[in-house]
Design a protein around this ligand. Structure first.
Ligand code: AP5
Length: 216
């Protein structure tokens, strides 16, 4: 199964991708996670991307397309994957389409998660992420059992540098301008499935599984 999770910052792409990964046994491919890992490791890619990410802008298409080309060729992607945060521009969507056509591996579906803008700001402001395993939490709606520590691995929970309110607003504007047009792009190709991203995380996951025919 090859699925794109599309949606604004805070829509729950990462949260739902992690669940799908566990249920379907295929990897979550998150360009944001790959870039943050490069920043943390201080690689040339990370040094180049950090300032752009901290401003809430998009890393150049050529950079992320290269990352995805390499990642999708890895053996663990052979049975499928969940794309989280890619594509984000028309050029990225076109490049992905060409890659998949060359591989003979068409997309299964593009799931578009919709959430009200004020709810997005609230979610991102309260988000905390495990610095060790990447598990996502929210201070109010999905708190860890022990404050500041991951339930899964005991790692310390961190706030992302781009989750400050001013940067959140910038990321939302970038989404509206550059990524939202992909909803129409994939609708025109008959791949788009709208998912109500409001409400309980488990209820949203159930909706997604139903759309993918992966209940039970
Ligand atoms: P990226 O890491 O992809 O961030 P994003 O798209 O802004 O998405 P988020 O991770 O913020 O949100 P999400 O939808 O995954 O929500 P989550 O599940 O975490 O990108 C970061 C940066 O990297 C970009 O700004 C750019 O610079 C660069 N980049 C990445 N990809 C790129 C690309 N393709 N091209 C160019 N540049 C790229 O949930 C958020 C919070 O809400 C959590 O706390 C969670 O617990 C909570 N939550 C989730 N669901 C619910 C719910 N139903 N109810 C209540 N709370 C919930």
């Amino acid at each position: 199964m090859r699925v794109i999770l599309l949606g604004p910052p805070g829509a729950g792409k990462g949260t739902q991708a992690q669940r799908l990964t566990q249920k379907l046994g295929i990897p979550q491919v998150s360009t944001g996670d790959i870039l943050r890992a490069a920043v943390a490791a201080g690689t040339p890619l990370g040094r180049e991307a950090k300032a752009t990410m901290d401003q809430g802008a998009l890393v150049p298409d050529s950079v992320v397309i290269g990352i995805i080309r390499e990642r999708l060729a890895a053996p663990d992607c052979a049975r499928g994957y969940i794309l989280d945060g890619f594509p984000r521009t028309a050029a990225q969507a076109e490049a992905l389409g060409e890659m998949l056509q060359a591989l003979g591996t068409p997309l299964t579906a593009v799931l578009s998660l919709t959430v009200d803008p004020e709810e997005l700001v609230r979610r991102l402001g309260g988000r905390r992420t495990c610095g060790s395993c990447g598990a996502a939490y929210h201070l109010e709606t999905a708190p860890p059992r022990r404050a500041g520590l991951c339930d899964r691995c005991g790692g310390g929970l961190l706030q992302r540098d781009d989750d400050r309110e001013e940067t959140i607003r910038k990321r939302l504007a970038v989404y509206r301008e550059q990524t939202a047009p992909l909803v129409a792009y994939y609708r025109g190709r008959g791949l788009l499935r709208e998912v109500d991203g409001r409400g309980d995380i488990d209820a949203i996951f159930t909706r997604i599984c139903r759309l993918l025919g992966a209940e039970g």
